[in-house]
Design a protein around this ligand. Sequence first.
Ligand code: GLN
Length: 483
Amino acid sequence: MLPPQCTQVASISIRTLRKRVAEDPDFLFSYIDEVYSVIEKYEHRLRAYITLRPKSEVVEEAERLLKSKEIGPLGGALVAIKDNISTKGIRTTCGSKMLESYVPPYDATVVSKIKESGGIIIGKTNMDEFAMGSTTENSAFYPTLNPWDYGRVPGGSSGGSAVAVAACEATVALGSDTGGSIRLPAAYTGTVGIKPTYGLVSRYGLIAYGSSLDQIGPIARYVEDAAVVLDVISGHDPRDSTSLRVRTGYFRDYVVDYPLKNYRVAVIEEMVSEGVDRGVMKVFSKLLEKLEGRGLTVEFKRMPLLQYSLPTYYIIAMAEASSNLARYDGLKYGVRLEVEGKLWTDVYRKARMLGFGDEVKRRILIGTYVLSEGLYEGYYLKAAKVRRLLYEEFTKLFKVYDLAISLTSPILPPRVGEVISDPIKLYSLDINTVPINLAGLPALSVPGGFVEGLPVGIQVFGPPLSEGYILNLARVIEVIRDE
Ligand code: GLN
């Protein structure tokens, strides 16, 4: 299940890496060599990174790590970080001209945790500008390509992170998911991506898009690696007021090859009917049969309210974005331009005109519109109500079912240029992923098979804090898909 860029050494799991390093610490240097030679060969085509750290710096960090007493649960893993997550001393652009030269003075909580756990930051990955998009074509710098087929998009907005991991240019990565930005690229690149329960992972240091929807999560080649990273990055953080006070650090224990329970699994019809590619559906049906063969109960359920999730999501996400992005004014935040006008409004206007791309501008306009006086009740407030109803529907569903399963995307990865010019088509790619964020639920995408040489992602989701069971079912899928 790995694309042609990967080599045997470059594709090892965290567990194998730790074991090999424990036997012979110098193995870490051979591993770094191997990953950098993959990068040398393919990165000029794939363009997964915006900022790649020089190998010498990474080697120095590896030396430091090997001298420390404990190598930590990440064991020297090379971690790629989406470029909207703050890294002290490393440029963080958010895929935007607006932040092209921004170097954060502090680390996001997740980044500190990765460093403390024996992870080495290898670079910052390409993304749709301010995480707005589903293909990574909205990056202000360049698009990232799909390692399975250079003519196709890798999904977005965390496309750079997913490609870095899929093509073995990193061990694991972090992405962010507001409406599908971890799961969609995971599905299109054949990797595993987790969008955690809202509040499980600290957002401190994540550059905000839609704050009530945003979550950081891992992207990995294997379910086990994703669980290891989730164990490292989750947990309460006093610096994030929406952070949950719950026990974490046990997710890895759920990654076993057999179902821990005779799960009752729901398939929501609306998520697997309209507009689904035939080949993709075949993979899904075959998988359901295999799961039933393992003693799981699979039942189809209807949830008509889901037809409102896309408009609801886009109203809420754009409203929050228009507010979050108001700070980029060329004075307090963002590019400083040589402006001729005397007025501060000239500085604002010019900075925002030149600093933001078209999609970002479109969203600020729509977001401001739906929040404006006289329209707020009809759009934003209504969307907030539908969101609440959706949450209640899911709560009801998970009183009866342990978990639910769907396709992550109804289609195969689109060709480069195919959807980017049509916003409605672009927004529709998120049809199965946005309801999860609206309800604050945890979800994961795991490869379920291939159609025409392209990966098909399966979405597993469940009630709040069901990450353990989700990871267990995902591991079972990883085991049975090739049987
Ligand atoms: N594609 C969705 C959007 O553009 C989701 C993006 C995301 O999850 N960051 O809003």
